[in-house]
Design a protein around this ligand. Structure first.
Ligand code: ZN
Length: 772
């Protein structure tokens, strides 16, 4: 690359908030318990911000983000910034702003929190704004202004980052009591003056640029939403005394919103150039570039943990130079979605650790690229050479290239992804083998994870309990869970999953090709952090993973005990995935390992095996046009996992989410014999959708909402079942809760399952005899 751009800056949109050892979590939870004062909490938060900016500054980042930090969630912070405090929380907020803030986030004895949902297709969850026709917005720029001042005082060039007004409104939902068809975007004209006020305050406090994040624009948007976008950014750029505006998009291509934003007077536009969003490159060229604007190029993957291919990024940046009036370098999105520092992973093989780039390392990659852009590639020759060597080490490693795994995956044919017999034959064989009553009852897998179980696991880790002692406790728990189910009269039993800390990690730890990190924490929501395992290499299964406990459980009872596995799509969705091969390829390797497990379970006597895919719907691509391809491989790897069994082995799956209307066809393509679905909150709707689609196999729309501590009574469950029977014939209807029970307490679970079984019996007994 010969072209350079003297003004290229290194930019970061957001940084992990938690601190190197999750200091923020400890301070916030300490505050909740009354052990940490509000002052001490604010001091910890300010110190963590200082450290984050310092790390970015030291790495050479030219503009550090401000206001991206949060004590809980940045969308909740935005609700506070625009004064959208739900009526039920106003009293608490007026009494004490900090306690009121946490009341909105977590609820109190008296009031429910805001609803929480996933931030686009990441594993971060935000608090959903509640708006209505009566919402009055008022500007509260205090947090944004204070954090900008902090950064400036520390000598940094701070760039405030706000959730943009369009995304804010598109993520909102009607407040309780407001008509369900109310569209928050209709409040745009009321919201814009509040944003204008915040922008003016930030300018007055010293911001040259302000970043407005509009990831909602990478989803399919209606013409009305696109024209609202144009209006918003014409409006916000109208004042003469305002900061320069950078509108940031990420997670996918901007598509039809690209020319819309390019046509407004904003000074800068940030685009994602990683993964499917690379299409932005062609769209940008087709749109004639961004004359007169700065382009911020997200060339470093902000959502994954692998080192960047610097040479490829430089060539992308070189192409972009001709398309805008200045190019800056960034990660594709906020670094919130990756852990802090890969150098903390001292237990990892150094040969593998060199392939990893967490937030700190990504900041360094961004500045290296910006330097290359400013001074030419010679100026970064050493970094390029080291990067080439690291990439070569990864590509040539035995971990990423296991010939046996590759040969097996390459040999997979269509027949491997289909059950040998069509569903009706299987159903008959299963009926004969299992001899279940009509409306069979079952549960989704886990039983309450009691404090005793958690303590036992902690004791095992700390060496206070040996492996044999731990296993005795697991065995005792399994026996107890089985005895309860027999006594209660459930038909298909589960072992309760007491040995599993997490449904992905448990398998990741046993598969080769997966790595675990020690400090790789990523915020899931609030003070909850997860450490996703890393799909680093070719995947194989050295030995059976679940057979031992499943057979142990089956040996305790004459009733069928379901084998219980996490499906390939969910294994990918809740891990960091490889970026050096298509997702479908990684999924196929995982599926083959799981297929062996399914077959081993069958051989050891399991007649019913469940493969959970709760994440199948959540990894649906953001753009409708990309969904068919995703669903094709996602359903294929599910079938690859489950189709090696005999006709009389019953395959179950479980998926949880409220809206699955858009994947009904996928449910059919999975070809599971029985599907249990989350439906307690809209039971009738799910049953109706299935009936309308003519879904031919067995289903258990959940009749007990496990997300609430409420115990449903027998009549209520019976009423749900009767209504489900309007759409689903009795010989295909199962009776089950809508998800696993691990987060619930035994008292509620006991009563709820007793009611569930009683309701199933009552409805079963009232059925006409002819249905069998
Ligand atoms: Zn579930």
């Amino acid at each position: 690359m010969t072209s350079t751009s003297a003004a290229a800056r290194a930019i970061v949109y957001g940084y992990p908030r938690q601190g190197p050892d999750r200091e923020l979590k400890k301070a916030i939870e300490g505050y909740w318990k009354g052990r940490v004062s509000a002052d001490a909490l604010h001091r910890t938060a300010a110190e963590l911000r200082r450290q984050a900016w310092q790390q970015l500054g030291d790495a050479g980042v030219d503009e550090v983000p401000t206001g991206d930090f949060s004590l809980y969630d940045h969308v909740l912070d935005t609700s506070v910034m625009v004064g959208a405090i739900p009526a039920r929380h106003r009293e608490a907020v007026a009494a004490d702003a900090l306690d009121g803030y946490f009341a909105m986030a977590r609820g109190t004895q008296q009031v429910a929190p805001l609803e929480m949902t996933k931030w686009f297709d990441t594993n971060y969850h935000y608090l959903v704004p509640e708006l209505g026709p009566d919402t009055v917005f008022t500007a509260d720029s205090a947090k944004q202004v204070a954090e900008l001042r902090e950064a400036l005082a520390l000598g940094h060039t701070g760039r405030p980052v706000l959730v943009g007004p369009i995304t804010y409104l598109l993520l909102a939902k009607p407040a309780p009591g407001v008509a369900a068809d109310f569209r928050p975007i209709t409040l745009l004209d009321r919201l814009l003056p509040v944003y204008a006020e915040v922008l003016a305050d930030l300018k007055a406090a010293g911001a040259e640029w302000v970043q407005l994040d509009e990831p909602a624009l990478v989803q399919d948007r209606t013409p009305a939403e696109l024209s609202a976008t144009a209006r918003a950014y014409r409006d916000l750029t109208a004042p003469t005394d305002r900061p320069k505006l950078l509108v940031a998009s990420y997670f996918d291509r901007l598509g039809e919103a690209l020319p819309v934003l390019a046509g407004t007077p904003i000074e800068g536009l940030a685009l994602d150039f990683t993964g499917p969003a690379t299409a932005n490159l062609f769209d940008l060229a087709a749109a004639g570039g961004l004359p007169g604007k700065r382009l911020v190029a997200g060339v470093v993957d902000g959502r994954n943990i692998w080192i960047n291919d610097l040479a490829t990024s430089l060539s992308t940046l070189g192409t972009l130079l001709d398309l805008a009036d200045g190019v800056d370098v960034a990660a594709s999105c906020s670094l919130l979605h990756v852990p802090l520092d890969s150098r903390a992973e001292r237990d990892l093989d150094p040969q593998v650790a060199r392939w990893l780039a967490f937030a700190r390392q990504k900041a360094a990659e961004i500045t290296t690229l910006a330097r290359g852009l400013r001074q030419g590639t010679d100026a970064i020759a050493a970094e390029l050479a080291a990067n080439r060597a690291d990439l070569a080490s990864r590509a040539g490693s035995a971990l990423t290239r296991d010939p046996a795994v590759r040969a097996r995956a390459a040999a997979v044919g269509d027949a491997d992804t289909r059950r040998a017999q069509p569903y009706p034959q299987r159903a008959a064989a299963q009926r004969a083998r299992l001899g279940l009553p009509l409306l069979p009852t079952t549960t989704i897998g886990s039983f309450p994870q009691t404090t005793e179980l958690r303590t036992a696991r902690a004791d095992l880790r700390a060496g206070r309990l040996d492996a044999a002692g731990y296993e005795q406790r697991i065995a005792a728990e399994i026996r107890e869970v089985l005895a309860f189910q027999e006594k209660t009269g459930l038909d298909v039993l589960v072992h309760g999953e007491p040995e599993r800390n997490d449904m992905v990690q448990y398998f990741a730890e046993q598969l080769s090709g997966y790595l675990a990190t020690r400090y790789g924490w990523v915020q899931s929501y609030g003070t909850r952090y997860v450490r996703p395992p890393v799909l680093a290499g070719d995947i194989s299964r050295p030995e059976p993973m679940t057979v031992r406990w499943t057979s142990y459980a089956q040996a305790q009872t004459d009733r069928p005990v379901k084998g219980m596995l996490t499906g390939p799509v969910t294994m990918l969705a809740w891990s960091f995935v490889r970026d050096d091969q298509p997702l479908a390829e990684t999924a196929r390797q995982v599926a083959l390992a799981l297929r062996d497990e399914v077959n081993d379970l069958e051989a050891s006597g399991s007649s019913v095996i469940q493969v959970d895919e709760p994440a199948l719907r959540e990894t649906l691509p953001l753009r409708a046009a990309d969904r068919a391809e995703y669903l094709a491989w996602a359903t294929e790897v599910f079938r690859l996992t489950t189709s090696g069994v005999r006709a009389d082995t019953q395959i179950h799956t479980h998926m949880c989410y409220v809206e699955f209307g858009d994947i009904l066809t996928a449910l059919d393509d999975m070809d599971a014999d029985v599907s249990s679905l989350e439906a307690a909150r809209s039971h009738l709707e799910v049953a109706r959708q299935l009936a309308r689609a003519g879904y031919p196999r067995e289903v258990g729309p959940g009749v007990y909402d496990i997300h609430s501590p409420r115990v449903p009574d027998t009549d209520e469950v019976a009423a749900l079942l009767r209504r489900a029977l309007d759409g689903i014939p009795a010989e295909r209807l199962w009776v089950n809760p809508d998800c696993g029970l691990k987060t619930r307490g035994w008292t509620e679970v006991r009563a709820s399952l007793e009611h569930l079984v009683a309701a199933a019996r009552e409805v079963r007994d009232s059925l006409p005899d002819t249905t069998a």
